[in-house]
Write a protein that binds this ligand. Structure first.
Ligand SMILES: [Zn+2]
Length: 383
């Protein structure tokens, strides 16, 4: 199968994260088995999704892993000019959901594997395809846990083909999502002394978030690599209150922060928790004893920082003709792979600016450019 036909098939699977990815996984499994790879599937707990890990070459020997996620973001509410799940050519581009993020890489990997399937490999070549990357890198985390539980050897190094336009990214920020639940006491608005308004503590916490971001903005690092070289904070969602004459008995607040590599990933959270415990909650309790504030971490991912001087980073820079690696402006599975001890770089076809939007596309040039890159990469590591 040629590149465009593979691309057309991959884009045709509706693998929005809320849906099953099994049809796509079965397609990849069939293709990779036909090329002589050993293929393992790692189903999720519900059995409606799976990760795939395939190996060409010696079993249980750490090799080069080429990794991509199979899921894509939703298309609802976006003004597409063509069917998002039908690969549509036009003006030297190919449109479709996942063309940039990141099915083109998977198509390129299939062809790159095909090209070396009869060669004798010094080190094995692994292909990983994961689920639920777009909703928190869940699939890659599950696969790593299952591999660790089975005492399996992990790959020697990895390249994740997220859309970087074949720049090399070796780091990115971490992320942490936090929910704050404030319990006040309701009452008639004419008698504020009888209740405890849940909105005022929320306002104080939101103000603190703004101050924390200002404080972090003054502490910059890796300025060459990041567009915003500091930890960012975002007050994201507030729910509270029902009517103008009722003292609100509840306010729920959500915020997130994105921590720079090398910084304490819990710093912002600890500052908020400390402010709540020492200042905001005692003040609220003085108004009424039947009040509470709960700060709960919903999800956290560590920053990515590839250890300096790794073979895979040097090689990716050499093969792409870049002088130094940069930082991804988004979260990736690379943080998990690095944390598991697999030196990983992010490098793949397409432009992140096209991802997650209506009329997502990849240029014909970027679609073609993956094959020589992957061919040379495999040659240098595996042959
Ligand atoms: Zn992606």
């Amino acid at each position: 199968m040629e590149l465009l036909e593979l691309e057309r098939r991959l884009i045709g699977f509706d693998t929005v994260s809320a849906h099953s990815n099994l049809a796509l996984i079965e397609f990849l499994e069939g293709r990779l088995k036909a090329l002589g790879l050993r293929v393992e599937l790692f189903p999720n707990a519900d059995g409606n999704k799976a990760n795939l890990l395939a190996t060409l070459g010696a079993p249980d020997t750490p090799g080069l892993m080429l990794s991509g996620h199979t899921d894509v973001v939703p298309v609802e509410g976006q003004a597409w000019s063509s069917d998002p799940f039908t690969l549509t050519p036009g003006d030297g581009r190919f449109y479709g959901r996942g063309t940039a993020d990141m099915k083109s890489f998977l198509a390129q990997v299939l062809l790159a594997v095909q090209a070396v399937r009869h060669r004798r490999l010094r080190l094995p070549l692994h292909v990983a395809a994961t689920y639920d990357e777009e909703v928190g890198c869940l699939g890659a985390g599950d696969m790593l846990r299952q591999l660790a539980a089975a005492g399996r050897m992990l790959p020697r190094c990895a390249v994740i083909g997220e859309p970087t336009g074949f720049q090399v990214f070796s780091m990115h920020k971490g992320m942490c999502r936090v929910r704050v639940g404030i319990k006040g006491v309701e009452g008639h608005s004419s008698k504020p002394n009888m209740g405890a308004n849940a909105l005022y503590p929320a306002a104080r916490i939101i103000q603190q978030l703004a101050e924390l971001e200002a404080e972090r903005r003054a502490r910059r690092s890796y300025e060459d690599a990041f567009e915003l070289p500091y930890t960012t904070v975002n007050a994201a969602v507030v729910h509270g209150g029902t009517a103008f004459n009722i003292i609100p008995n509840r306010c729920d607040l959500e915020f997130e922060f994105r921590t720079m590599p090398g910084e304490d990933p819990d710093y912002v959270l600890r500052q908020v928790q400390g402010f709540v415990d020492e200042v905001v909650l005692p003040d609220l309790r003085r108004q009424h004893g039947d009040t509470d504030i709960r700060v709960e971490k919903v999800m956290q991912g560590a920053p990515m920082l590839t250890p300096p001087g790794t073979e895979i980073e040097a090689l990716a820079l050499e093969l792409t003709g870049r002088s130094r690696s940069g930082a991804a402006p988004y979260y990736t599975e690379g943080a998990l792979y690095n944390a598991a001890g697999i030196p990983t770089v992010i490098c793949g076809p397409g432009d992140i600016d096209q991802a997650h939007r209506a009329n997502e596309f990849i240029t014909a040039e970027q679609l073609q450019a993956g094959l020589p890159f992957l061919g040379r990469l495999i040659e240098r590591v595996c042959l």
